[in-house]
Design a protein around this ligand. Structure first.
Ligand code: AMP
Ligand code: ZN
Length: 109
């Protein structure tokens, strides 16, 4: 999607603080963190929201969820973390490329 900021981050056209990348997923720190550690995990495939995902995305979404504790631990959240997926305007979603927020460690500095 040419006008999607998260697709541009994946492509390296917009800089980000990368946490993790493989063939399927990308993770990077949120530019406006609401916790001391706050990053997002996204699929490289452009899916607008959870409401736009289908059975063909089951493995990809499962992979993202299973990555959350691994990356959270690596980022120092060894006693636990929160996850959040905003869906749709009414759900507070601002960027329409599906993303799982992972955050914790107390309030942002
Ligand atoms: P949401 O409200 O769930 O759609 O969250 C979108 C998140 O993307 C917000 O927490 C923003 O701070 C974050 N965000 C927007 N632009 C960027 C960017 N260029 N780099 C990192 N995070 C961003
Ligand atoms: Zn996108």
């Amino acid at each position: 999607m040419s006008d999607c900021i998260f697709c541009k981050i994946i492509a390296g056209e917009i800089p980000s603080r990368k946490v993790f990348e493989d063939d399927d997923v990308f993770a990077f720190h949120d530019i406006n963190p609401f916790a001391r550690v706050h990053f997002m995990i996204i699929p490289k495939l452009h899916i607008a929201s959870l409401a736009d995902a289908g059975p063909e995305h089951q493995a990809l979404l499962g992979k993202i969820l299973l990555l959350a504790p691994k990356l959270a631990y690596e980022q120092g959240l060894d006693s636990g973390f929160k996850t959040l997926v905003n869906t749709g305007r009414g759900g507070g979603q601002e960027v329409f490329h599906i993303h799982v927020h992972v955050f914790g460690g107390g309030p942002a500095a």
